[in-house]
Design a binder for this molecule. Sequence first.
Ligand code: ZN
Length: 475
Amino acid sequence: MSSLTEKDRPIVQLLLNTGTCPRCILRFCCVGSQALYRCPYKDLMKDLKEFLKNNQEKEDTVCFDVVDPPCKRIRLEHTEEGPDELNHNGALQQIPSVNNENTAMENSAVKVCNVCLGILQEFCEDDFVKKVCQKVNSADYQFTSFVFSVSLPPQLSVRERAAWLLVKQEMGATACPDCFKPAKNKQSVFTRMAVIKALEKIKEEDFLKHFPCPPSSPKNLCVALEIQCNNGAVFVAGRYNKYSRNLPQTPWIIDGERKLESSVEELISEHLMAEFKADSFNFSSSGREDVDVRTLGNGRPFAIELVNPRRIHFTAEDMKGLQQTINNSSDKIQVRDLQLVTREAIGRMKEGEEEKTKTYSALIWTDEAIQREDIAFLDDIKELKLDQKTPLRVLHRRPLAVRCRIIHTMRSEYIDEHHFRLHLKTQAGTYIKEFVHGDFGRTKPNIGSLLNRTADILELDVESVDVDWPPALDN
Ligand code: ZN
């Protein structure tokens, strides 16, 4: 139950006389109940007039007997402003005002509120709420909760101040207008911040010189310029295999020119984008492979953020179907363990990335002939420490540094006099190609120096990325 008491009477009288709407009056009387504000405008106006008519000897409260509903999170802001029609002495000339447009409120001879410009009149009535609902419905989003966010003209802050000074001057009142102020928001434009800053600084007597108090009655109602819907991002994770030596992980573009027509992220994301009806996506993964390197085994963990998706409800069965669609669409990649995850869980993919191990298979060529026994000793080497200077091939995008990496184990597989395959288990972040050919002595030791021959790498495959995320699914 909420009520106005006898002490509110002069404030109600004063504000009503100066053209303030019932809901603004309730705010200035510090009425906190949301339910009351939901009553139709006409009823509120009638109740306030009744309240003023009441004899002082009578019961001194008017009760608006409504049950408080659960609180919803509502944020107020404003995106677009029209030209100002309310300049006074130039001081606040840049303050944008509302659009000129005739409205139902005006036509039905309701006076536009001099504090809220009618925002708490028309926009709190059923018709406008219906309009918002229609817009949300037609945007075709799936959602379970929402934040209703409104952008207000900066001018409101000035009017709010003027109304507050009026109440203060006339009443010497201690009413607190702060308790229901339009929220100042983060996305604010410069002009809004400037207005708020100016209001913080300006002295009361100076303010009164520049702005009418009470605020003048506006000719037009504030107009809702745009109703926008947005959904929070959804995250999908999985593991991918890459079977092509001609496919980059992300679009390969040099000087604005596309080098290869596709990429791992695009082959996966295009299907997700279509199903989730998202605006855009962000791809991330646990490390990456070179364009000519395949990723085999259980694949590489990845996550995709889908921005502003319309569809968000997917069952495990739906995700399985989506995975099948991706896998049927290309023989260059395969995806497994495709699932919805939280934003927080993605951190697990990145954390401890450096400490994880990776296993590789490299096809190696040597200039001088080799026999089986020449390479057998590699199998006995454990925890080999490398010093790797930043490879020449990545020096254009990575700082020059010497990094210590460890080859945990190696296993050689003799092919012929000039070829063998080497299976390696290494610390994540080891440059394998450089470990084989030595990168002009920048990686020490290397396969060439260990064999005392010139060695080069012909093919490289990632056999496994030992990150146990996302959880394996049994499909
Ligand atoms: Zn108002």
